[in-house]
Unconditional design. Sequence first.
Length: 258
Amino acid sequence: EKRSYDIHIAPIELDGEPHAIGVFYDVTQIERLERVRQEFLSNISHELRTPLTSILAFVETLEDGAIDDKANNRRFLSTIRRNAERMHGLIADILELSLIESGNVTVDFKDVRLRELVQDVFTSLSSLASERKIELINNVEAGKRVLADPVRLEQMITNLIDNAIKFNRNTGTVSVTCERRGRRDLIAVTDTGEGILAEHQQRIFERFYRADRGRTREVGGTGLGLAIVKHLAKLHGGEVSVYSKLSEGSTFLVELPA
Ligand code: ADP
């Protein structure tokens, strides 16, 4: 690994001979954090600027007379609303992530009925799925319980199922299963979408990382969903991983200590 040092050297006389003494400060970590911070700021600015530019453009168009254009004025307003909602969602995700990262979120472990929780998430995402004729399949055994914070677990499963719908093909399926392996419960969310290239698979859990920028913007993602899932899984003492084959679909696996 490449490391960076801050070096201070001073002349010194030892036994009447001139020497030099140097102090090496390892600043690798500080530089890395600085880079992460800069990237984060530039990502946030970029993500906010895109919808904001669109809002301003449509407001100007309305001001310039389109407000009386009966055929289009409502359409322009709904574009403004959609972009404002996008910014709203982005800010909510950023706040959520920073709250989790600051360590101010506690996990309130309960015995959660998983099948019912998955069904609730399916219900709240059903219109998104039916728009594209995607079938939602709950394969979690009746009576299955896992140890987790119910609110946080629902948030994780919602983000994963939401992605599984968004990145699916029309008339595809999303299925959820859960099995016990050793001392862990493995919750799997599987889709029949386009899959994820191996080179992206590790990076998609990073904040703002998207495998396909153009396409994801189209489906309306913030690039923060999986970062939130990863942090929440860790808070539970578990983890999240992905298995995917291009053009065959993806499976996201949440492991929770049983
Ligand atoms: P987004 O808000 O863009 O969905 P996420 O953090 O949830 O952000 O996901 C990051 C990226 O990972 C997505 O933009 C997409 O490229 C990829 N991704 C996530 N889930 C899936 C999936 N089920 N199938 C294919 N690609 C996915």
